[in-house]
Design a protein around this ligand. Structure first.
Ligand SMILES: *Cc1c(COP(=O)(O)O)cnc(C)c1O
Length: 479
């Protein structure tokens, strides 16, 4: 039975006294709740630091994004960017929702296939693909977006050897002249066209022509599937995405004139973001309620593609979108427990240490990225301004100058919007173990990633025999 014919998993909206999002808010007892679970209880049951994902919020975000784009355009495929959250359970949920997937590397693609993702709705992206990766894609019918001239040799050889029809796309390096006055609000600095010009991604127009012609003339069974472009955190306003979409259509139309190939699908990548009324969205104060909603993104991009196609007499292509952060980000939180609290009253400084660190929420380097909620004192009025810090030996400022109620050892703190690029980017600096992840669904909470143990962190270390032989430690161990 096709996924679309299945009955959708029902989502029951809880009622909160304050909503951070549809399924995360402050409950009657003044604690932070996710769906039907008190986050203080989750911390007690599963320990801290802890990642928590809301299944309903994840599904809701996906559906809202999908509906926004399908309302605006007749043929849309949403490919969840797996790298934003690689959890196997997350991928299963995305599959149940009918989402495709954008994959980087063998392992991400393997995980998605293992979870039963539909290969027809998957794309393999990457600037330096390995032969094994290309083979996994071709053997399973995943579209390979070519991003280097000699990648086509590997693809042809593999397609011939496996005797498989192979879908390929070309990742392009758009020039984006209309975005010259747009500066990235993301992690990259500078004007959009300069960022694209200087980064490793994408083929120039002439290279794209050469690739298309080679694919057209190949004796391997290659099918040209899509034109692909992605620019990380293009902007937090839909008009930048709409201008990018127009540039994509112009490239597609020019390619049609020069090669005869009319791209049946254009893939506009990810970078779609979200804002938070608390002014602590992904880019701090910049990402607030003024950030384009999913609905505005969908409408403006849909209109731009239709309009530009009409102008250039180009047949309307299927639109592929690869959102990562916009779907998974607001579906997850990270919980830490308060330990040492230190102050310097004369200077008005106070530091609240958590067991959660910058290893676990790596985007703390973007100031004010995450909204911070005192889990068990969520409804209390803030009394003081503190720095929330983690335990590792960097400055490890998780949130500077945050207004908080008085916090004491044992209190719990949650950082919102960590469903993307937290677990998937987590590090082991100071030989720290990574947190467990719990998936909440209504009143149910289940571990979907086990807490890392010291053996996981140090298990690959080896001491050469000559060092061990000369080491005091050896005697210590033997004693
Ligand atoms: C990272 C990436 C995405 C997802 O980006 P988000 O900013 O999380 O939406 C999508 N497509 C490609 C090719 C990417 O590299």
């Amino acid at each position: 039975m096709p996924t679309s014919a299945k009955k959708e998993f029902p989502l029951h909206r809880p009622s909160f006294s304050y909503n951070y999002s549809e399924f995360i808010g402050i409950g009657d007892n003044g604690h932070l709740w996710m769906e039907g679970c008190d986050c203080a209880e989750l911390a007690k049951s599963f320990g801290t630091p802890l990642y928590v994902m809301s299944e309903a919020q994840l599904r809701h975000n996906y559906r809202r994004f999908r509906d926004a784009f399908t309302a605006a355009y007749h043929s849309v495929e949403i490919l969840f960017a797996n790298k934003s959250n690689n959890g196997l359970a997350i991928r299963h949920i995305m599959n149940q929702e009918g989402a495709g997937g954008d994959c980087f590397g063998y392992n991400e693609m393997y995980l998605a296939l293992l979870a039963g993702s539909d290969p027809n709705k998957m794309a393999l992206n990457g600037s330096n693909k390995e032969p094994a990766e290309i083979e996994l894609a071709i053997a399973n019918g995943v579209c390979v977006n070519i991003d280097a001239m000699d990648e086509i040799d590997m693809i042809e050889e593999t397609a011939r050897r496996l005797g498989r029809e192979t879908h390929v796309g070309v990742r392009v390096k758009l020039e984006l002249p209309e975005l010259k006055d747009h500066h990235s609000t993301g992690v990259h600095h500078g004007a959009m066209p300069d960022i694209v010009r200087h980064e490793k991604w994408g083929m120039t127009y002439d290279q794209a022509v050469e690739l298309v012609e080679r694919i057209q003339n190949s004796d391997a069974d290659l099918v040209l599937h899509e034109l692909h472009f992605h620019l990380s955190r293009l902007d937090n306003q839909a008009d930048a995405f709409a201008l990018m979409a127009r540039d994509m259509v112009r490239w597609a139309a020019k390619l049609k004139d020069d090669t005869g190939w009319a791209a049946p699908c254009i893939d506009l990548g990810g970078g779609w973001t979200f804002g938070r009324k608390e002014k602590t969205g992904p880019r701090g104060g910049v990402d607030d309620e003024r950030v384009s909603s999913y609905e505005v993104y969908g409408r403006e991009v849909g209109l731009a593609v239709k309009d530009e196609c009409k102008k250039l007499n180009f047949p309307l292509p299927t639109l592929r979108i690869e959102p990562g952060r916009a779907i998974s980000g607001p579906a997850g939180i990270s919980i830490g427990q308060v330990g040492a609290v230190k102050d310097w009253p004369e200077k008005g400084l106070k530091w609240v240490n958590l067991d959660l660190s910058g290893n676990h929420v790596p985007w703390i380097t973007i100031p004010h990225h995450y909204h911070i909620v005192p889990v068990n004192k969520a409804a209390e009025t803030p009394k003081e301004t503190v720095d929330i810090v983690g335990p590792i030996c960097t400055h490890d400022i998780l949130g500077s100058s945050r207004e908080m109620p008085e916090l004491v050892r044992g209190d719990l703190i949650a950082m919102l919007d960590t469903g993307c690029y937290a677990e998937s980017l987590a590090a082991n600096f100071n030989a720290q173990c990574k947190p467990a992840t719990v998936l909440v669904s209504g009143e149910t909470a289940e571990v979907i990633t086990e807490r890392e143990r010291l053996t996981d962190v140090i298990g690959r270390f080896r001491v050469p025999a000559r060092l061990l032989g000369a080491s005091q430690a050896l005697h210590g161990v033997l004693n």
